[in-house]
Design a binder for this molecule. Structure first.
Ligand SMILES: [Zn+2]
Length: 231
């Protein structure tokens, strides 16, 4: 028959292991559900797509505006060359207007080149991020079976730990159970090594050591209050 404090130490170790297993299981489950790298790249790809669409739309708008201006410029030039306008003031005015339109047209052309460069850069960025996303997805898909196997293993270990925990707890005498569940300072059980409580480093009294060697009763550390157990 194992001593109560030893049982509690075993129980505490199982609780600790269970916590680690549950954290690992949760981490793998969430990774299988949504790979963090893939999720981050998906967000960046969506932003790159929006940027590409916006710049392409601006190029189209600029194209259309330039087409309108070109048509107007040509019709003005035609009018100017037609010889129908004879009034010198009117001719000068129209000639100035045509000059003005031409220079504005040149500026628009320059601006459109700039826009096209931006659109090309946005398209290139989208291509690069899409390729990166594809390889991240491939990597995640390749990792999934291994993660699933690891998950299965952890789940089965957890089931074993839970069963063992219940079994140990059933063996713990009622007084020791109460001492354990009432314990405020965590972890509740501390090992004694070299006559010291390993949790707080305070030396255990000789009376305490004597009781520990007998092992029938629960002994608390006089300093930190933890349940003591001999190493
Ligand atoms: Zn202590």
């Amino acid at each position: 028959m194992a001593r109560p404090a030893q049982l509690l130490l075993q129980y505490q170790r199982l609780v600790d292991r269970e916590r680690v297993l549950r954290d690992d299981i949760e981490r793998i489950e969430s990774q299988l559900q949504s790979d963090p790298e893939v999720a981050a790249l998906e967000e960046r790809a969506a932003a790159a797509q929006a940027q590409q669409e916006a710049t392409a739309a601006r190029v189209r708008e600029s194209d259309k505006a330039r087409e309108d201006h070109r048509t107007r410029l040509r019709s003005r030039e035609k009018e100017l060359m037609s010889g129908r306008i004879r009034n010198p003031t009117e001719l000068t005015q129209m000639s100035e207007e045509v000059q003005h339109m031409k220079s504005r047209f040149a500026e628009e052309e320059e601006a459109e080149l700039q826009l096209m460069e931006e659109a090309d850069a946005a398209e290139e960025a989208l291509r690069a991020i899409t390729a990166e996303l594809q390889s991240a997805r491939a990597r995640a898909a390749a990792e999934a079976p291994g993660l699933q196997a690891e998950l299965d293993e952890l789940r089965s270990e957890l089931a074993g730990i839970e069963a063992e925990k219940d079994q140990i707890w059933a063996e713990v005498p009622p007084a020791a159970r109460t001492a354990f569940t009432r314990q405020r300072v965590q972890p509740a059980v501390a090992v004694v090594a070299n006559n010291q409580c390993t949790a707080c480093r305070v030396t255990v009294t000789s009376r305490g050591m004597q009781m520990l060697r007998q092992g029938d009763e629960i002994v608390h550390c006089e300093n930190c209050g933890r349940i003591l157990v001999l190493a």
